[in-house]
Design a protein. Structure first.
Length: 360
């Protein structure tokens, strides 16, 4: 069986979703190849690179090879003209096509002359309709896709439960570490939700509590946002740059509580459970907004808490800070959830069964 993965990006989707799933299939003897987009960032910057990427995402040679030597091709999130023509060519050769959607790319991000635009996603609905199967990373996306294709199911973005593992955690008995992890550059409005609750916690517990951001990625807006907290508590801003996954894991091994605030809007409704999944795999209880796929993974009072407002953020953080046994018990339940629903094995097995289904 020959399966080709056309990754829809060079960053989070590729590293956290496409490569782990492809590696899992390879471990079961499937002939897998991951085709990454052309990196126009090496030749141009900003909007110019984005325009080139939207026009020509993949190497023409790699597309021809996939058309001529594949049983199944998974196209990850790319839905521009080139990706659509690739799908048409594959189907003419009777190659089965799975389209993978892991973000709400159907939402407009701006307008031109009064017309709402979705750069790079102009052929999304056509590709959803014509794919043999569609995989998505959560319920919000599933609901949308079923308008166009009933052959669809959820495959969570997997978590490496071997790398993110409670046995590697280092505990500091002097401080309780509250951690946020993610891309700070695009989560400033979510991080803002933590400022007042953390101010209350800092004034109450002082230096007994530490807040860690993994990582601020050199974004000075983040430092400005949390700088006032430094008067009361230690604030660790993490790395200035992206880290390889193994180094990133080491960065958060000392965490006791993980926080995952998300604003209520359609874009964040389409987000996967990856952020809470990393914490759960490490046996860390989470306090999260009931938004996106994390509202289906977190079980309130069992493996974490949902916070609907600043009062509840403060309440549940305080509860977890004061009760080490509660943190430990919730962390154990969180680990079980990650192994059962979010592990590479669990998600990879679902994809393997999906591929066998489309080949029947």
């Amino acid at each position: 069986m020959k399966v080709r993965f056309f990754a829809g990006g060079l960053y989070t989707t590729l590293v956290a979703r496409i490569k782990p799933l492809a590696n899992f299939l390879s471990s079961f003897g499937v002939d897998c190849d991951v085709i990454t987009p052309i990196n126009f960032g090496r030749f141009a910057k900003g909007k110019i690179a984005n325009i080139f990427s939207a026009i020509l995402t993949y190497s023409a040679r790699k597309c021809v090879e996939a058309i001529n030597a594949s049983d199944v091709v998974l196209i990850g999130r790319s839905s521009n003209l080139q990706a659509y023509l690739l799908m048409k060519a594959l189907k003419r050769r009777n190659v089965r096509v799975i389209f993978d959607l892991d973000d709400a790319l159907f939402l407009p991000v701006g307008s031109l002359l009064g017309i709402k635009i979705r750069p790079g996603s102009f052929y999304l609905e056509r590709m959803l309709k014509e794919a043999d199967y569609v995989t998505v990373s959560g319920h919000y996306l599933l609901h949308y896709v079923k308008r166009y294709n009933r052959n669809t199911s959820i495959i969570n973005t997997p978590v490496d439960t071997n790398l993110f593992n409670p046995k590697f955690r280092s505990r500091n008995n002097d401080k309780v570490t509250i951690t946020w992890e993610g891309n700070a550059n695009v989560n400033l409005e979510n991080l803002t939700m933590l400022v007042n609750p953390l101010r209350m916690i800092a004034k109450e517990y002082g230096r007994k509590v530490k807040f860690k951001i993994a990582s601020y990625l050199g974004d000075q807006r983040v430092k400005k946002l949390f700088h006032p907290l430094e008067k009361y508590m230690e604030v660790d801003y993490g790395s200035e740059r992206w880290l390889p996954m193994n180094r990133f894991a080491r960065l958060i091994y000392d965490s006791d509580i993980m926080v995952s605030p998300l604003k209520k809007n359609p874009w964040f409704d389409g987000k996967s459970a990856l952020r809470v999944g990393i914490a759960m795999a490490m046996g860390i209880p989470v306090v999260a907004s009931p938004i996106g796929e994390q509202k289906y993974i977190v079980k309130h009072g069992v493996n974490g808490f949902f916070a609907y407002n600043e009062i509840e953020w403060t309440k549940y953080l305080r509860l977890l800070i004061e009760d080490e046994k509660l943190r430990r018990n919730m962390g154990e339940q969180a680990r079980k959830t990650a192994e059962r629903e979010l592990s590479v094995y669990s998600c990879g097995e679902k994809l393997f069964n999906t591929i066998k289904k489309v080949l029947c």
